[in-house]
Design a protein around this ligand. Sequence first.
Ligand SMILES: C[S@@+](CC[C@H](N)C(=O)[O-])C[C@H]1O[C@@H](n2cnc3c(N)ncnc32)[C@H](O)[C@@H]1O
Length: 241
Amino acid sequence: MQLYWEVFGEVFSTDDILKNDFNPVYRFDDQLVDGAIIDIGCGQTSPLIQYADLSDRRLIGIDNEAFQLEKLRSRMTEIAGAESEKWELITSDIQHEALPAGKYAMVILYNILHFFSLKECSELMGEIYGHLITGSLISICVHSTKYYKNDPADPHNNEYFKHYFTQEDLDLLLPYKNFERIYSADVERVYGKKDHDVAQMWGERIITAMNIKDGRVKADIRRQGKEKLTEAEIICVYKKL
Ligand SMILES: C[S@@+](CC[C@H](N)C(=O)[O-])C[C@H]1O[C@@H](n2cnc3c(N)ncnc32)[C@H](O)[C@@H]1O
């Protein structure tokens, strides 16, 4: 995916990212308790950009791709005017390395959990739980079962995205005896023009990088780049009781 995110970084300005950010958690950030804001699988499109100028808050971004964190750092610097010592942008594979010590006021899990099986999600939630305090917020966005690639009849269905979620799946991961669900949305949308530009440019970069000469393969990649991109997701905010 490195080529994709490189193209994305060229097409989407920091301003574009802020305008395209539909994360509902900002509606609740007046309730933030003490502790860090941590974005797990933050990429370069994290709410940490919005929060970069919060000088008194520990901000943690975790991603297993160092180039994404470099890009995120430069975007945060753009907003805050200068780098802060309170930013911890850590290259780490969350499936194999422990989360940073300390208490978390807000945990962002955006477009990451569908890369893991439900069992792996449950293990990760167990680890996160140890860092929460009463009032901690968890903001989640996952591909729902309505996602266009979800085809349970296909034996390869869960090879790339390991799980497509229902609301019940999330409510089992964050059970009502420990969490209050304070926001939930079942979203279906068509992507905007810039996303389609990225998809087409990405196709061209793949053709160049892989030195693809076969005309049929090139045409197939270009056709895929022109497909209408749609999203089906469940977005939730939970609060630790
Ligand atoms: C689809 S992107 C989502 C980026 C951002 N959260 C958003 O919603 O736009 C998934 C991100 O998770 C990172 N990622 C995937 N598996 C990971 C893992 N095991 N540990 C840490 N980061 C991971 C990828 O590098 C990528 O930046």
